[in-house]
Design a binder for this molecule. Structure first.
Ligand code: E4P
Length: 215
């Protein structure tokens, strides 16, 4: 499973790329607004840091407006993927963009039928938000499992991105279910390193080496 970073913070991206574990980035309007910087400038910097898909979201709610925004964003870098919400106008835009060779990531997906529509429209990626489903008592991973199964049944090329990841267990579940990608916040990525026995083991090796050094 590939790991994308779910952030618009270039320092976090730089660090995670240096760890060698990140192959793409997803952003959304909330994450970009948090940075308080020019959207296009941030996207260009991200594309210079990571050699993989970088999702940037459109804000229009009509197909025409979405297409205009999408074409402008796609001109920034060949790795830009257009994030589009799963609404009727959005699917119209996804279809038109696919014909132009511009990839779309259909976002705000909370059900398997929504994901099916995205695949039918020609989305390159679909992003079920598993954490937000868990937040309201829906089982996010059950929806993820259905989507993966349906895409396999019909061999849709659309890649499933497990999104709205809250903790390393979500990453584990996404990998067990066979998601192509999990997009994770930096804090969760950092948590994935953590195990008390790793810390204990390092401390013990260091202490033992200190004792043996003088021999
Ligand atoms: C996906 O691409 C979204 O940016 C993201 O995962 C949203 O997650 P949230 O529920 O943490 O806002």
């Amino acid at each position: 499973m590939e790991i994308f970073l779910d952030t618009a913070n270039v320092d976090e991206i730089r660090e995670a790329v240096e760890w060698g574990v990140v192959s793409g980035v997803t952003t959304n309007p909330t994450l970009v607004a948090k940075e308080g910087r020019n959207f296009h400038q941030v996207l260009k910097e991200i594309c210079n840091l990571v050699r993989g898909p970088v999702s940037a979201e459109v804000l229009s709610l009509e197909a025409e407006g979405m297409l205009q925004e999408a074409r402008e964003l796609a001109r920034l870098d060949p790795n830009i993927v257009i994030k589009i919400p799963v609404i009727p106008g959005g699917m119209k835009a996804v279809r038109a963009l696919a014909r132009e060779g511009i990839r779309a990531n259909v976002t705000l997906v909370f059900s398997a039928p929504q994901a099916l529509l995205a695949a039918r429209a020609g989305a390159a990626f679909v992003s079920p938000f598993i954490g937000r489903m868990d937040d309201i008592g829906q089982e996010g991973t059950a929806v993820l499992e259905d989507i993966i199964k349906i895409f396999r049944n019909y061999q849709y090329p659309t890649k499933v991105i497990a999104a709205s990841i809250r903790h390393p267990r979500h990453v584990l579940e996404a990998a067990r279910l066979g998601a192509a990608i999990a997009t994770v916040p930096f804090a969760v990525l950092a948590q994935m390193f953590k195990h008390p026995l790793t810390d204990l083991g390092i401390a013990r090796f260091q202490a033992d080496w200190e004792k043996a050094k003088g021999i």
